[in-house]
Design a protein. Structure first.
Length: 266
């Protein structure tokens, strides 16, 4: 899709947190002493991954995934999607994400693992948007929208909310609706999703089919720029164009909004 990077990768810090997590965080109960539980296999794989031994990590993660451990399935999906320690294979990635979506769609949205389940839906949505070449996975915008909509509504996932907003902006599988897009962008922007902040800021600053709120729009563009990476030149460009035409009053108001927003999230 036209996003820069919105498939959330596992950071080393996140994996370390899971490695240190109590067994209550696992999808399964504790295993017997004779055989490691799926969660313990996942921990072994995560530790190996953090240590840079991705071959050993792959073996342990596959063992855990075969026994239905969703976190292991998710990590394998990310590894195959990115070619991280393995040859990139979108079919395998799609399969792992599908296993998670099929088995854990009804997981409580306030649990630790819910963000990984939601991310699996987002990954599937992106695969359905473009399809996978030389496979049976054809581009299917309606199916993509279903994936994004479920993760956006049930799990409140900001990446899903952003992707769903883009579909409303582009009129892809739905009637173009900028106001509906702005609603989803607002939800994602308030969670710190920088791409949503940038697009919402652009809409508000320029009054693109929504009431113009220049200072508020510049606030979102500023926050997006501050969180941008080297791959986000388009965000910087939107910000530069806005700041160049903003009045001194709009700039001052935007700065106050930024300070208040940052303070609230302290």
């Amino acid at each position: 899709m036209r996003t820069c990077e919105h498939l959330v990768g596992a950071t080393l810090a996140a994996l370390a947190l899971v490695c240190a997590a109590p067994a209550a965080w696992a999808f399964e109960g504790a295993g017997s002493k004779k055989e490691p539980s799926p969660f313990e296999q996942f921990q072994t794989g995560a530790r190996a991954y953090i240590a840079g031994d991705k071959a050993s990590a792959l073996t342990s993660l596959i063992d855990a995934a075969k026994r239905g451990h969703a976190m292991a399935q998710w990590k394998l999906g990310r590894m195959y999607a990115e070619g991280d320690g393995v040859e990139r294979n979108d079919i395998k990635a799609f399969d792992y994400f599908s296993q998670i979506a099929n088995a854990h769609a009804d997981d409580a949205p306030d649990t630790v693992q819910a963000r990984f389940v939601a991310n699996a839906f987002v990954a599937l949505g992106n695969y359905y948007l473009d399809g996978i070449p030389d496979s049976s996975i054809d581009a299917d915008a309606n199916r993509a929208r279903e994936m994004f909509s479920y993760a956006a509504s049930y799990f409140g996932d900001p990446d899903a909310q952003y992707n769903l907003a883009r579909m409303y902006l582009d009129g892809q599988s739905v009637k173009k609706d900028v106001r509906q897009a702005a609603r989803w962008l607002g939800l994602a922007a308030n969670k710190g999703q920088r791409e949503a902040q940038a697009v919402l800021g652009h809409l508000l600053f320029n009054g693109v089919e929504v009431p113009r709120q220049a200072a508020r729009g510049l606030m979102w563009l500023t926050l997006a720029k501050e969180a941008s990476s080297a791959a986000d030149q388009w965000i910087v460009d939107l910000y530069d164009r806005a700041i160049a035409t903003a009045t001194p009053e709009e700039r001052a108001s935007a700065a106050n909004f930024v300070a208040a927003w940052s303070s609230d999230r302290g």
